[in-house]
Design a protein around this ligand. Sequence first.
Ligand SMILES: [Mn+2]
Length: 476
Amino acid sequence: MEGFLRSCSAVLKNGSEDGSGVHVVLGNEACDVDSMVSALTFAYFLFKTSGSEGKTPVPVLNIPRSEFPLRTDNTFLLRESGLAQESLVFRDEVDLLGLHRAGRLALSLVDHNVLPSADSDLEGAVVEVIDHHHLERLPSPSCPVTMETVGSCATLVTERIAQKAPEILDRQVAQLLYGTIVLDCVNMAPEAGKVTPKDSQYAFLLESRFPDLPPRGALFQSLQSAKFDVSGLTTEQMLLKDMKAASGGDLKLAVSVVYMTLDAFLQRRGLNQELCEFCHKHRFNLVVAMTISFNENNEPFRQLAVYSSSTLYREEVSQALERAQNPCLNLSPMSSPYADVKAYLQGNTLASRKKVLPIVKDFLREWERRTTRRGDLDDLDELEDQFDPSRSPGVDDDARPRRYSASRQRRPAAGAGAEDSGPDEDAQVPPTPMNSLVEGCPLDNGMPRISAEAILEKFSKMAEAEPGEGGAAGEL
Ligand SMILES: [Mn+2]
């Protein structure tokens, strides 16, 4: 598998010279574990069985490479299976449209069955579909479709391999497929309502052929934890993973959920500098970091930090949070190693970001009213200077968007698993897929209890909240 993957990037480089064909296997834009593994293993199957009519099979992960570290469950399974990220090919590394226009592209879709509108020009290249989502494509003689509503698309790829070329199934390929099926089918628990007889059949087949695969319960737990493990991320990646942006008047801020203790977060080397750079790069004046961790009884433990290089903004937002009554956050100050960071223990452990964001937005509306009514730009700068005489105007002015120019940021691309799609929010970066941690996340009330009731309740809620197919929430 590794050798095959390494040859793929070489093929893309050399192919541009010799004009040979490429058969790309493409997963969906959420690039969850199922999409990644289905693309890798189906392309490998085509490669080993010479099933591509002279074109070289290449699995392509449907996100830019820079976003891959945020998919911590993907990176975990890849690492556990002994594959290197470097050997993967990402969407921003291959010109699919160019290849198609040159008549050199064949495209197989796995884990989705229609191309998003932005890719509709590639439709002519689609030669096959393997998917487990609701079918939105008309069958055609030129494009065979394998669609079954099983728990995981990886089950359908396993079936194809088992029926057509069982000899190519080695332990590495088996572990990728097995991990994906177990994750998508919620540890094969019937109560979760995901697993089908076919998923069980092929999970069992993989287990019997490779008895040394990790036990399914342990594998499921480690994949589930990997989803929430941010320890390998940079500070910027941590803040982006589950971020919502909001603005009012001249103030643009981010509210990020960070899955570690605040103490550990604040102890990260160079944190103050990294927060400062984060604000500059993403044009925020302030960041609220809401940390969540779990005690030995798996009860959630919440802390909260407010960062801004501007004392005025930092104090105003902190006071709004301290004074909040709906709900009361029950904040008690903690010591902070940085003057630009206010740190709190959040006594109200039930107040997730879903509860905190409205408080922040209320404040922003009020702030906009207050500062706009003041009218004269200079008044506010004077006021701010009173709060923060050490402020460096050059730096701060650059970081702060121009007042009264509350320009709308572009909406995140549809189909990218956009969960943060409230109409009144500015989202500067596309949100991470829904299988990452957003509000109402399964961990908000403790580690997941895999009981029938808990899962059924969670899933019926998710089904209500997310009627669309194709996003990663539909996958969990
Ligand atoms: Mn899937």
